[in-house]
Write a protein that binds this ligand. Structure first.
Ligand code: UDP
Length: 193
């Protein structure tokens, strides 16, 4: 059961729980979206119903930030540990390598995404990177086609919020080969370092 904070949903699942659900959703060829929720986003959602709808429309809203844990504790909720965007991405990379799901990296500066791909390959033997594109690419149509044809099944989008979530929502129907979408903010910068 999801918990709600000022009208914003948060999933109580752990990393493992989310991976398990994603595994079964992938078998059914159902697309999944993951969005990180922090107090800043909850506040933005108060002022902007579109942002709230964007968050609540995702498959998994992860509790990124101690603010959500504190709020859950106060209302005796079931969210007991943080699920950060960057750690969720790391778990998905491990899953992708083990279960042979090609990934695509979209976002950040060219040298950052390229270096992130090098590090990700080193840290996850066997992983297949179907492609990568920096976040300053102009031609969205061409990019969507490239991703669709790349064979990628998991797509990480690092454009910052809410740009990355809007991009995912706008294009996911056309990216029918991609089954998992995660908006990862500055995570490529973390992996590249
Ligand atoms: N970025 C991008 N294209 C843009 C704007 C931002 O690729 O048009 C990238 C930027 O290079 C950085 C990431 O998006 O790697 C934004 O990270 P930030 O930490 O600002 O995002 P947050 O997690 O705070 O939403």
């Amino acid at each position: 059961m999801k918990e709600s904070y000022l009208g914003v949903n948060v999933s109580p699942l752990t990393y493992e729980g989310i991976i398990e659900e994603i595994r079964s959703r992938m078998l059914r060829r159902e697309q999944s979206t993951i969005i990180a929720v922090n107090p800043e986003k909850v506040m933005t959602a108060q002022k902007d119903p579109q942002v709230r709808e964007l968050i609540n429309g995702a498959t998994f809203q992860i509790a990124d930030g101690v603010g959500i844990l504190l709020a859950s504790k106060l209302k005796k909720g079931s969210i007991t540990s943080r699920v950060t965007g960057v750690d969720m991405m790391a778990r998905l990379l491990k899953f992708a390598a083990e279960d042979h799901h090609p990934i695509y990296l979209y976002g950040a500066k060219k040298e950052v995404v390229e270096q992130a791909a090098v590090k990700i390959t080193e840290q996850n033997p066997g992983i297949e990177i179907a492609g990568l594109t920096d976040g300053y690419e102009q031609d969205e149509e061409a990019l969507v086609q490239r991703i669709q044809e790349s064979g990628a099944e998991i797509l990480f989008v690092a454009l910052g919020s809410p740009k990355q979530e809007l991009w995912i929502r706008r294009n996911m129907d056309r990216l029918e080969n991609v089954l998992v979408f995660q908006g990862v903010g500055g995570s490529f910068d973390v992996f590249s370092g």
